[in-house]
Design a protein around this ligand. Sequence first.
Ligand code: XMP
Length: 527
Amino acid sequence: MPDTASVGSPGTNDIYSERVLVLDFGSQYAQLIARRVREQHVYCEIVRHDITAERIRELAPKGIILSGGPSSVYEPDAPKCDPGIFDLDIPILGICYGMQLMCDRFGGKVRNASAREYGHAHIKINDAKDLLSGLPDETDVWMSHGDQVEQISGLFRPLASTRTCPVAAMRHVEHKQYGIQFHPEVTHTPLGSQILRNFVITICGCEGTWKLGDFARETIARIREEVGDARVICGLSGGVDSSVVAALLYRAIGDQLSCILVDNGLLRKDEEGAVISEFSSHFKTDLHVVSAKERFLNKLAGVSDPQEKRRIIGYEFIECFKEEATKIKDAKFLAQGTLYPDVIESGAAQDGPAAVIKLHHNVGGLPKELGFDLVEPLRDLFKDEVRKLGIELGLPEDIVWRHPFPGPGLAVRCLGEVTEEKLAVLREADAIVVNEIKSANLYRSTSQCFAVLLPVQSVGVMGDARTYDNAVCVRCVDTDDFMTATWSDLPYEVLARISTRIINEVKGVNRVCYDISTKPPATIEWE
Ligand code: XMP
């Protein structure tokens, strides 16, 4: 059984008393379903599709949602759920594949739709009670399915239909068991939140008591209890996750907290100063800044392979951290900003879906061998919840809304060999990109924006003189999960201002281009 016993993992106390489970059948939207349910202030967890009815009984959720999935119910290896869940007397909502599974289980018929239905559809509602209550007679929804329910058994009755889908929604005649063919969790189903609200509040009877303020209070109390009077070390990176962890711990244990910031010389302009001033003045933590710029740059000298750069930076980071941590007396715990998506995707959630995809490159993570017990107070939260919690804890908006920044820092944006001179150019160009995006009020609507220093020189003309200088590429992307991304459709005037300012203000740059590649096939970073 994977280890989930770190400090800060879910308890059985009040704020978790109302939970809804999402059984994951491989849906790309499972996390989104959980987030939408939590928006109704109901705690929601994603679990394996084959979780036993017995285990569900132990967890005592108020409701169960069967997610969509890419399979067809008649495929020999199609993922199934324990049929016992239908006898638990807990309300169930099947979405897309989840609905087809219910239909198959109760003697209905699922068929391969003649054409895969993907995109906007229009439903007509013929029964606007409980699940579809408050919706108009007709509304737009988002479909994404190959199969669809063709015929339901006498145990169910249809609630809505589309032109091509006779049963777009259904309910069991006796039990609180519902199915919908479309996806209420995506924003393309404008009234989807109302449907999920109807399910969790009206049908499951949840009161909606999951509030981040309560979460903070309970987590702070739990940390106090579990940490006792030991010292906790927290690595700060300037990013939102580690900042929120530190703020939470500071509230819980005050001066028993020691923070370590490794200045690897690869941070953005003024970043180190901002973190230092925040955590030494506002939070007054015992802050250890490890000035390791030269150490990192020496190790990186002559190295241009991206993976080798990552390896060196990761290794040096751990060494620096270890050296500093051993100087801190009585330290027993190490705090980490692990989030719920990391827990799910690493397969470490106790009942969570098995590891399918392992996320990114994980530079900046610390190995277990450091010998500390882990404190992971954010392991139940999604990123948007972490941001809200940060505000709740009094962190400035600037930290809370900061775009993610990779562990290897500017090294993977300074293509080829990393030198101090190149970093200085990149840092200035990057600051202009971020500054202009913020001035145009686009920082919150974009997911990441930065400059990349290309390893090319090109000819230019400045005044009367010919130049042969560096080229900078601007990268700005929109994404929900960083697994796929589109380039941001920035207004021309913003692009023009960025370009003019970089060329005029950053010595050594005479050309600026804009990256218009999506991920995949490109990645967000260039290295
Ligand atoms: P890519 O370039 O893989 O990036 O599309 C996806 C997200 O991950 C970040 N990223 C990293 N984060 N260490 C990190 O901690 C890394 O080595 C690393 N490489 C990329 C990237 O900034 C983006 O948010």
